[in-house]
Write a protein that binds this ligand. Sequence first.
Ligand code: COA
Length: 327
Amino acid sequence: MMRRSVVLGTGSALPRRKLGNEELARMVDTSDEWIVERTGIRNRHVAAPDETTSSLATESAKRALEAAGIDAKSIDLIVLATATPDQTFPATATIVQNELGCNGGIAFDVAAVCSGFLYALGVADSMLVSGAANRALVIGSETFSRILDWEDRTTCVLFGDGAGAIVLEARTEPLDEASNQPRGVLATKLHADGQHNQLLYVDGGPSTTGTVGKLRMKGREVFRHAVTNLTSVLLEVVEAAGISTEEIDWLVPHQANARILDATARKLGFSPDKVVMTVDQHANTSAASVPLALDAAIRDGRIKQGDLVMLEAMGGGFTWGASLIRI
Ligand code: COA
């Protein structure tokens, strides 16, 4: 009897402060027009000093637990994806665990930058399917504003802060009642290619400079690799799940740049109205962007139970991955 991870609920959180393109254009040499045309971004949220990766993660987790209608105490696994932890250690997941009051289970962080949520989902799903845990919180949370070079217009306009979370529960042979089709995480594929690790990186760290460092990126090269890698991993997941791309109801991509989303969707023949796009509202929130977009589309009623949803992301490393879920 096969165990599968079923999504019980989703939640998200954004910092209070919004930073629009016009305001940003008063800080660096850029314009609303340039940012919108090249990226589709109009707004991002920036964490205040009292808002941290763990506080945003905790808020998003509480909302996901509420949507799932379950008590935090029943969570026995927290996998938190972040590249901007509160501290070098302990893992931010342990801080969230303590805030939620579900101490005693498994809690750790995953570092795969913008693909972090897909990696965290893949790891949590494997642990639920294997029986290592029964109920998991999978969280992506970031405060990239703390690692941006606010004088570098080629990067600081692209990123924002936020968090998203989902609650997964292991069930035996779960079926969607309406369609009688298998429910839950159906297939996940993850990849990394370390030869590109200097195209998108942070120029500091505990073991090299002893500092936190700032984000650096060769944007044009990242763009090129993103479309190729995302298209191939999506097709790989479709094949592993034994479905056709036409059966997919929603594509929930990593929200890096509207042009990458459009190009990937076009290559795969997805109509734009099947693609969830939130990058205009919160820019690239790295590991938080996929669960933020998923939560937005579930809350506004676009994604419903029984829908076949493809999640995908690509990030520094390079790392990339995709996961097919029947909600
Ligand atoms: N405002 C105004 N001008 C800007 C600018 C900004 N914020 N940032 C860069 N420019 C300028 C450049 O200096 C350059 O000027 P030049 O031609 O005089 O040298 C010009 O705009 C074009 O720069 P280029 O980097 O070639 O632009 P682009 O069309 O490749 O767009 C990105 C830049 C970053 C938007 C694009 O490459 C991209 O989206 N890459 C992927 C990034 C990404 O999503 N990374 C995260 C993946 S997880």
